[in-house]
Design a protein around this ligand. Structure first.
Ligand SMILES: [Zn+2]
Length: 381
């Protein structure tokens, strides 16, 4: 039987309106031999629940293993944002933005690179070391700086919740090797992932069909906050003639639609994560990595190739294309039923694709004000 542990991670200073404390539950699985640390969380945005089911299936699966079948450790945190999951507007889960300060819950995280650290100076001073030693020393610098932040956060009476909360999550994952943040669309969407530079080969192991390449990022998102300081170090080392890619990865998986427990997306996500962990050697289990991994193709697009369509007028959306449809330029995307209030009979306004592409995401609400979001296309090729 593998060692596993489940513990409450108390946010003792974080209490809700009537003094109730908020807490997170962390499930930890430890293999017989040391190795990589994997950190997985789900439901950072309140409407994005399917990752919790993925974590549930992974916990069920991990419980069937013996401790020789896991190398290293896996930490899993379902329902990682109790405040966002509680948010409602009528029947709708509105927890993408913190309703108290308006901020996106996934734009609050601490980025080591922004502390003013001179990464190039570190790279120059450690250029003569082996990659493992560079990694260890850089990790220690990040951890030291983070411990300082923790002390300041705990000691100060000027800390907003978002700064307290980010410390809770980041203290669980800063020492990890592979970080996975499970999201979905707020709306209805296909399954895909976000991929950082140099990690394209590993992206394939998730067995998803589409990936969005991160070319620019500001470090505030959870996946970015983990990996960005390392990518910056890799870049400095390459500039100094010593290209190194650390075996550190950070992923955001987008598993289907919001406010839904879609069986297909849950199964796809669970299979993909098992396959990824087996490909990394963390899991040693029969059948994984699946034979299809070697010839699986993931199609990458840049963020700029994902185009959002916004309503050209207020009204109701009808005759909209289905999710996952390949659409050609000038093909009908949707119609707006418009009661124009200029004394004329109601109009049907047609909106056409401005380029070829795949229908990636559809708004749940088919009532729109002018300029409201309607759908997103992934422009391929
Ligand atoms: Zn999200």
């Amino acid at each position: 039987m593998m060692t596993h542990d489940s513990k409450d991670f108390n946010c003792t200073a974080a209490t809700t309106g009537f003094g109730r404390s908020l807490s997170l539950q962390v499930y930890q699985f430890q293999g017989a031999t040391p190795g990589k640390k994997v950190y997985l969380q789900a439901n950072l945005h309140g409407a994005e629940i399917s990752g919790n089911a993925v974590i549930y299936h992974l916990i069920q699966f991990l419980q069937t293993l013996d401790n020789q079948q896991l190398q290293g450790e896996i930490w899993l945190v379902p329902v990682c944002n109790p405040l966002s999951t509680n948010q409602r507007s009528h029947h709708f889960s509105s927890g993408r933005y913190n309703s108290y300060d308006g901020q996106d819950w996934n734009r609050i995280f601490w980025d080591y690179e922004k502390t003013g650290v001179d990464i190039m100076a570190f790279a120059q001073a450690h250029l003569h070391l082996e990659p493992e030693a560079i990694q260890t020393q850089y990790r220690q610098m990040i951890q030291d700086q983070f411990q300082q932040l923790l002390l300041e956060t705990k000691a100060s009476s000027r800390v907003p919740f978002k700064h307290y909360y980010r410390c809770q999550l980041q203290s669980l994952c800063l020492d990890a090797d592979y970080v996975l943040d499970l999201h979905t669309s707020t709306n209805q969407a296909l399954d895909y992932l976000y991929c950082f530079q140099g990690r394209e080969a590993s992206a394939r192991d998730f067995l998803l069909d589409y990936g969005i390449l991160m070319s620019t990022y500001d470090g505030d998102a959870f996946d970015e906050a983990f990996l960005k300081p390392w990518l910056a170090l890799e870049s400095c080392l390459a500039d100094l003639g010593k290209p190194i890619q650390f075996d550190l990865e950070s992923w955001t998986l987008e598993l289907g639609s919001g406010m839904a427990m879609d069986e297909f997306s849950i199964a796809l996500g669970t299979r993909g994560i098992k396959n990824y962990l087996a490909s990394k050697g963390v899991l040693k289990v029969p059948d994984f990595p699946l034979p299809i991994t070697t010839h699986h193709e993931i199609q990458f697009v840049s963020r700029q190739q994902v185009k959002k369509y916004h309503a050209i007028a207020g009204g109701m959306i009808q005759n909209r294309v289905e999710l996952g449809t390949f659409v050609e330029k000038n093909q009908l995307l949707y119609e707006i039923l418009s009661f124009n209030k200029i004394g004329k009979i109601p109009q049907i306004l047609q909106v056409f694709a401005e380029a070829d592409g795949l229908v990636l995401d559809l708004a749940i609400n088919q009532a729109v004000n002018q300029f409201d979001y309607v759908l997103a296309m992934m422009e391929l090729g």
